[in-house]
Design a protein around this ligand. Structure first.
Ligand SMILES: *[C@@H]1O[C@H](CO)[C@@H](O)[C@H](O)[C@H]1NC(C)=O
Ligand SMILES: *[C@@H]1O[C@H](CO)[C@@H](O)[C@H](O)[C@H]1NC(C)=O
Length: 361
């Protein structure tokens, strides 16, 4: 330490001990009544409820998607789909029922995506609110503080407000990324399920074993392609972003809670020399939290940029030639161009009365 910084340190120390004496001397004895509400600074209960809820919907979604590829393999075999009944009507009914099961799966999964997305959103919004609620506590320090305390509190408040703004921005980033990813998977699943229903209802599939086999193979292949493309890599990124963000938010909240409580305690119990240093050096006190935030930001940046690149890679232009189906294809999902027609073999196309007619016209 050189001479100059020694003097600065000494001066700082002098100023500080002066402030401490001021605080001790003036005291806050007359304010006891108004301090009651600060004896327990707490993260709002909604915060923990929101975590529990979004964890639960994440688990439900994971359960829903678990072993999808194996189940698909098992469900869509000719023997599973066709009962061995001699009765053609029964056979046909059973077949249609089995086919519907697959589209039902995609509808149900899409609603699991929707729940998870909306619960993530609520959790992130609640986190921002909770951070604000903690911040707001500082504003409620009873008036009539010695002016030196006021200055220090104002300074600390400004620093925390800045932290809150950054925190909210980063949370928004995570929220936007997650909800958009989930929404696009959800839309794709609904679209895919709708397409299956329309084929079943309007295209009039011939139900001879050869055609059943062709259509089953088609569904088997397309379903697994779409699932792998939309719900494996993308979804893992969403899970990662969720877990890491949640972990950081929890840590940050506890730290904020702890710091504000400590602040109140030191004002309340006047143990100024030991603990109230933090009031004096707000920047120092929040430095770890700021660096925590910076790390989270970096993590999100890396994860979500990769996410965007992946989404772009799968982005395909689509033309929807069949005017019988009135759905708009989504530009950013995993559907091949012109799905489903482009993906069907000539043999399979001949299995639909509807397409037969179109071809003949
Ligand atoms: C497979 O069949 C079971 C029972 O019939 C059904 O509950 C499930 O949703 C089906 N899964 C898929 C992926 O089709
Ligand atoms: C967050 O706070 C705003 C404003 O007070 C409120 O409108 C909103 O409902 C709150 N959000 C959650 C999820 O608690």
């Amino acid at each position: 330490m050189n001479f100059r910084s020694l003097i600065v340190t000494l001066l700082n120390w002098l100023v500080w001990s002066e402030q401490v004496q001021l605080l001790n001397g003036i005291g806050i004895k007359n304010l006891d009544r108004t301090w009651d509400s600060f004896k327990a600074v707490q993260i709002p209960k909604q915060f923990y409820d929101a975590i529990e809820k979004s964890d639960f919907s994440k688990q439900s979604l994971q359960n829903k998607l678990e072993h999808f590829l194996e189940k698909l393999q098992k469900n869509l075999t000719l023997s599973a789909v066709l009962s061995n009944s001699e009765d053609i009507v029964t056979n046909e009914r059973n077949y249609l029922y089995r086919m519907q099961e697959l589209s039902t799966f995609f509808y149900e999964a899409s609603s699991s995506f929707e729940h998870f997305s909306s619960d993530i959103k609520i959790f992130y919004e609640t986190s921002k609110n909770a951070s604000y609620a903690l911040l707001f506590k500082l504003r409620q320090v009873p008036t009539g503080q010695p002016s030196i305390v006021k200055v220090l509190l104002t300074n600390y408040f400004a620093e925390m407000e800045f932290f809150h703004v950054l925190f909210s921005e980063i949370i928004d980033e995570a929220m936007e990324y997650s909800t958009e990813s989930l929404r696009s998977i959800q839309k794709l699943f609904v679209y895919y399920a709708d397409t299956q229903n329309i084929i079943l209802e309007n295209w009039k599939l011939k139900t001879n074993p050869q055609c059943c086999k062709l259509y089953i193979n088609f569904l088997q292949h397309q379903s697994s392609q779409i699932f792998k493309c939309a719900a494996l890599d993308n979804l893992n990124i969403v899970y990662d972003v969720y877990s890491v963000t949640k972990l950081n938010i929890k840590y940050i909240m506890r730290q904020l809670e702890f710091r504000i409580q400590r602040l109140f305690n030191c004002l309340l119990y006047k143990s100024l020399t030991l603990q109230c240093k933090l009031l004096k050096s707000a920047e120092q006190d929040l430095r770890i939290l700021f660096s925590n935030l910076a790390e989270l930001d970096m993590f999100l940046d890396i994860k979500t940029k990769k996410g965007r690149a992946l989404a772009l890679r799968y982005r395909r232009e689509k033309t929807w030639i069949n005017n019988q189906i009135n759905f708009e294809p989504k530009p950013d999902d995993c559907l091949p161009i012109g799905f489903p027609n482009t993906q069907m073999s000539t043999d399979l196309k001949e299995c639909f009365y509807f397409l037969d007619n179109v071809v003949q016209q």
